[in-house]
Design a protein. Structure first.
Length: 153
């Protein structure tokens, strides 16, 4: 009887210890560096996890930042300002008793064009000075249709 209890105890310990810890992991598409107004896809590549919580740093109009919270395996996000922003993923186990957190930095680059006329007038247009990509593209098109040459900086 003692032997049977010992075997059952060892089996119980063994099955408990086989429950694996989640390991959080983030995949970035197209990469960890994107342009302002470009959509980035964040996908969990976590092991041993069932649910996911994302915390994405978002700039405010001042020098401060805030965080947006998302759930799900995949999140699409667009930054409307250049800078370095933290993305955190919490991967949670199936029974919701274990979790792992990872954080990565995404670099968002500004897009700037130097537009020059044939007379030598120059204007620098950067996407970060516009509220939308459409407004920025419209301004660059304005320079191009008025005889300016615009080069990406």
């Amino acid at each position: 009887m003692k032997r049977l209890l010992l075997v059952l105890f060892i089996a119980l310990i063994g099955s408990y210890s086989c429950k694996k810890e989640p390991k959080a992991c983030i995949e970035f598409s197209p990469s960890q560096t994107v342009n302002i107004f470009e959509t980035i896809t964040l996908k969990s590549c976590s092991d041993n996890s069932e649910s996911y919580s994302w915390e994405i740093e978002q700039p405010l109009l001042s020098l401060e930042s805030t965080h947006e919270i998302y759930s799900g395996n995949v999140v699409n996000h667009v930054w409307e300002a250049p800078g370095n922003f933290t993305v955190s993923l919490t991967a949670v186990s199936k029974n919701e008793k274990k979790q792992d957190i990872t954080s990565e930095t995404v670099t968002v680059k500004d897009i700037c064009y130097k537009c020059t006329s044939s007379l030598g007038s120059e204007y620098l247009e950067c996407a970060s000075t516009y509220l939308t990509k459409e407004e920025f593209d419209k301004q660059v098109d304005y320079w191009l249709t008025n005889g300016y040459t615009c080069n990406l900086q």
